[in-house]
Design a protein around this ligand. Structure first.
Ligand code: GDP
Ligand code: MG
Length: 438
C-alpha cells in the first residue's frame, strides 16, 4: 500500500547520518512512484514532489531533527497542506429555516448512505433534520432512504411521481410545516457522468438553493476521479466533498487529488455502513495515515468520545514509552466496545498492515486467538515483550494452545506497532509532545 511504500522509503533514509542530494533524489523518486501507484493524479504528484524536494534541499531544516526526520516532516507538512491544512466545517446560514444540504455524485458513491449519516450527525447536535428522497430514477432508492431514516429516527419525505425538482421543493415546504430545521436532499446518480443527471442536479439546486452542496466521492475511485470531480465542480459548483468508503483498502490517494484539482475542501469522511461512521475530515490526520504513522490523536479522541479517559491516557503513554502487550489487549477490548475493528486498527500505527496480516474476515476470531496468547504471558512479559525469547515463546504457545509460529506472528505484530510508536515519537523530536505539536 501507499503507507507501506512511504514507510519503507523513510526507513532507508533513517540509516544515514547525513543526506546528500542523491539521497533526497532517490527518496523523492520513490515517493513519486508510491503516489502514482496509489492513483494520485500525475500532475498533483509532480507538483507535490517538486515542492518537497525544494524544501528538503533548501535551508528549511530544523536542527532538532535528524536529516531523515526532516524529510519526513517536510513530506508530512506538504501532504497536510495538499489535503487542506485545516478542517472545513459545514457552513449553514444562521437565520434560514430550514437549512438545505444537497448531495451529488455518481451512482454507488454513497450518497444515500451519507445523507442518513449526515442526518444522524446533525440530530446528535440537536438539530431536527428531514431527508428528501429525490432519487426518482431507481425504484428502490426512496425505500433505501426510508429504511435508513427509520433506523436513525429521521423522517423521510418521498413525494409522488418522478419529478425530482418538484419533490425537493415539496420537501422543503414539508419541513417548514413540521418544524424541521435542516433538509438533506438525496439525489440520483449514474454510473458515468451524464447530461440528464447533471441537469437534474443543477435544476434541484436552482429550485431549493442549498446552503451547502456536497459531492460524495468514493475513496476507491482511481484516476478517473479527477474527471468526475472536475465535471461536478463545473456544473454544480459544490462546496465540499464527503469522501466515502475510507474504511476499505483505499488509503486516501484519491483524497489527495480531489483537493488539489478542484480546490474544494474535503469536509467529511465516511468510514463504514453504520450511521455513526461519518467523521469531520482532519487533513493532518489523513496525512499521517497516508504516511503510515497511524492516527494516534484519533485514537485519543475516539477514546475520549467513549468517555474512557484512562484509554486516552494510555494512548499518550504508549506514545511516550512504547507499546506493551497489555496495550495490545486493551486496544482489542476498546475495539470491541466501539465496534468497527477496521476503523480503530486502521488508526493505530502500522495497524492497517496488522489488520491485513490478521486476515480480513477472520479478524474477530484472530483477535480472540491473540488474546489467548497474551493471557498465557506473565505480567512481566506483557510489560516488557522484548524479554520473550525462544524458550518463553514455546511455553506461551503450549500454554495457550497455539503453534510457536502463531506466537511469533503476534510478536512480529507487536514489534511493528512498537516500532511505529517509536517513529512517531522520533518525528515529534526530542522533548516535544503531542500538545506542543499542534
Ligand atoms: P448512492 O448510489 O450514491 O446513493 O450510494 P449508496 O449510499 O446506496 O451506497 C452504495 C453502496 O456503498 C451501499 O452498499 C452502501 O452500503 C455502501 N457504502 C456507502 N458508504 C460506505 C462507506 O463509507 N463504507 C462502506 N464500507 N460502504 C459504504
Ligand atoms: Mg442513492
Amino acid at each position: 500500500s501507499l503507507s507501506d511504500r512511504l514507510t519503507d522509503t523513510f526507513d532507508k533514509l533513517r540509516g544515514k547520518g547525513k543526506l546528500t542530494e542523491d539521497d533526497i533524489n532517490v527518496a523523492m523518486r520513490e515517493i513519486r512512484m508510491a503516489l502514482l501507484e496509489a492513483d494520485v493524479n500525475f500532475r498533483v504528484v509532480k507538483d507535490f514532489v517538486a515542492r518537497c524536494k525544494q524544501r528538503c534541499l533548501t535551508a528549511d531544516i530544523l536542527s532538532s531533527l535528524t536529516p531523515a526526520q526532516n524529510v519526513v516532516k517536510v513530506v508530512l507538512d506538504e501532504l497536510t497542506e495538499l489535503l487542506g491544512s485545516s478542517e472545513s466545517k459545514l457552513t449553514l446560514m444562521q437565520n434560514r429555516t430550514p437549512n438545505v444540504i444537497m448531495l451529488v455524485g455518481l451512482q454507488g458513491s454513497g450518497k444515500t448512505t451519507a445523507a442518513a449519516k449526515l442526518a444522524y450527525m446533525l440530530k446528535k447536535q440537536g438539530r431536527s433534520p428531514e431527508l428528501a428522497a429525490c432519487d426518482t430514477h431507481r425504484p428502490a432508492a426512496a425505500d433505501q432512504l426510508e429504511t435508513l431514516g427509520g433506523e436513525i429516527g429521521v423522517p423521510v419525505y418521498r413525494g409522488d411521481g418522478k419529478d425530482a425538482v418538484a419533490i425537493a421543493g415539496q420537501a422543503v415546504r414539508d419541513a417548514i410545516d413540521h418544524l424541521r430545521d435542516v433538509v438533506i436532499v438525496d439525489t440520483a446518480g449514474r454510473l458515468q457522468i451524464d447530461e440528464l443527471m447533471m441537469q437534474e442536479a443543477v435544476d434541484i439546486k436552482r429550485a431549493v438553493k442549498p446552503d451547502q452542496v456536497l459531492m460524495v466521492v468514493d475513496a476507491m475511485t482511481g484516476q478517473d476521479i479527477v474527471n468526475v470531480v472536475t465535471e461536478f465542480a463545473e456544473r454544480t459548483d459544490f462546496d465540499g466533498v464527503i469522501m466515502s468508503k475510507l474504511d476499505g483498502d483505499a488509503r486516501g490517494g484519491g483524497a489527495l487529488s480531489v483537493r488539489a484539482v478542484t480546490g474544494k475542501p474535503i469536509k467529511f469522511v465516511s468510514m463504514g455502513e453504520k450511521p455513526d461512521s461519518l467523521e469531520v475530515f482532519h487533513p493532518d490526520r489523513m496525512a499521517k495515515r497516508i504516511l503510515g504513522m497511524g492516527d494516534v490523536v484519533g485514537i485519543i479522541e475516539t477514546a475520549q468520545a467513549n468517555a474512557d479517559a484512562a484509554a486516552a491516557e494510555d494512548a499518550e503513554r504508549m506514545l511516550r514509552e512504547g507499546f506493551t502487550m497489555d496495550d495490545m489487549l486493551a486496544q482489542m477490548r476498546q475495539i470491541r466496545k466501539m465496534g468497527g475493528v477496521g476503523k480503530i486498527l486502521g488508526m493505530l500505527p502500522g495497524g492497517d498492515k496488522a489488520l491485513r496480516q490478521m486476515g480480513g474476515d477472520n479478524t474477530e476470531e484472530q483477535m480472540r486467538s491473540i488474546e489467548s496468547i497474551i493471557y498465557s504471558m506473565t505480567k512481566e512479559e506483557r510489560a516488557r515483550p522484548k524479554t520473550i525469547n525462544g524458550m518463553r515463546r514455546a511455553r506461551i504457545a503450549r500454554g495457550s494452545g497455539h503453534s510457536v509460529q502463531e506466537v511469533n506472528q503476534l510478536m512480529k505484530q507487536w514489534g511493528e506497532m512498537n516500532k511505529m510508536m517509536g517513529k512517531i515519537r522520533g518525528m515529534m523530536g526530542p522533548g516535544s509532545n503531542r500538545k506542543q505539536q499542534k
